[in-house]
Design a binder for this molecule. Sequence first.
Ligand SMILES: NC(=O)c1ccc[n+]([C@@H]2O[C@H](COP(=O)([O-])OP(=O)(O)OC[C@H]3O[C@@H](n4cnc5c(N)ncnc54)[C@H](OP(=O)(O)O)[C@@H]3O)[C@@H](O)[C@H]2O)c1
Length: 216
Amino acid sequence: MAEGSSTGLARLDGKVALITGASSGIGAGTATMFSKLGALVAITGRNAENLQKTADECEKLGNKKPFCVVGDVCIEEDVKRIVDSSVKHYGRLDILVNSAGIVELGSIETTSLEQFDTLMNTNVNNAGIGEPGSIETTSLEQFDRTFNTNVRFGSKAGPGEQCQFLERTKFTHALGRPGQVDEVSATIAFLASDNASFITGAQIPIDGGRHAMCPR
Ligand SMILES: NC(=O)c1ccc[n+]([C@@H]2O[C@H](COP(=O)([O-])OP(=O)(O)OC[C@H]3O[C@@H](n4cnc5c(N)ncnc54)[C@H](OP(=O)(O)O)[C@@H]3O)[C@@H](O)[C@H]2O)c1
C-alpha cells in the first residue's frame, strides 16, 4: 500500500491495542497501521532504539504518542510489567497483537531441543501474555481480540539464500511471490475492526496461497 494513500480499512478510533514485536517487521507495520486508523497503541520489543523508530512513525501517522515499554516476552516479570503499565497508561486494553517471534534454523531432523524450546517460549508461551493470570487488573476482564502471528521453523537466510527463496516463491506460493508487511497488518487491522464482529477463533493463512500448494 502506498504511503499516504487511503488504506480502505475500517477505523479503529478509541480502541486500545498492545502490540508485541513492534520494534521490527509485522509488529512495527501493525503498530503504524493501527495508529493511522486511529487506535491508541502500546508497543513493546527488546530493542529500545528500534522501538523508538516505530513510535516516531506511529506519532507521525496517527498524531498520538504511543506508549512504549521495553521488555522480553520470555521473562515473566517483563510480561507483567508490559501488560500492567499499558493498562495503567490507557485504563484498559481491547486488542493484543502478539507479533514477537523468532525463526530458528533447521528441520525436524536437525533442530535441537534447546532451539525448539527457545522458539516455543518466544513464539507461543510469551510468558503467558494475554492469558488469565497475566492480567491482575479489574479494568480488564478479557481482551476483545487477540492475534498471534505464525509459528514456524525456517532458515535464517543470507543474501544468496534470500535470492533462492524469492525464486522458489514462484512455485511455493500460489501468487508466485512473498508477502509484504502491509498485507499482513491490513488483515490484522480488519480482524481488529468492528467489520469482523462475527469472526472468532479463526486461523487465517496470510501466505499468498502457500498452504494450498504442494511443490516438489
Ligand atoms: N515474515 C514472515 O515471512 C513470516 C511468516 C510467517 C510467520 N512469521 C512470524 O511472525 C513473527 C514476526 O515476524 P517478523 O517478520 O515481523 O519478524 P522480525 O522482523 O524479526 O520481528 C520480530 C520481532 O519480535 C521481537 N522479539 C523477538 N524475540 C523477542 C523476545 N524474546 N522478547 C520480546 N520481543 C522479541 C523482536 O524485537 P527485538 O528485535 O526488539 O528483540 C522484533 O520486534 C515471527 O514469529 C515470525 O516467525 C513471519
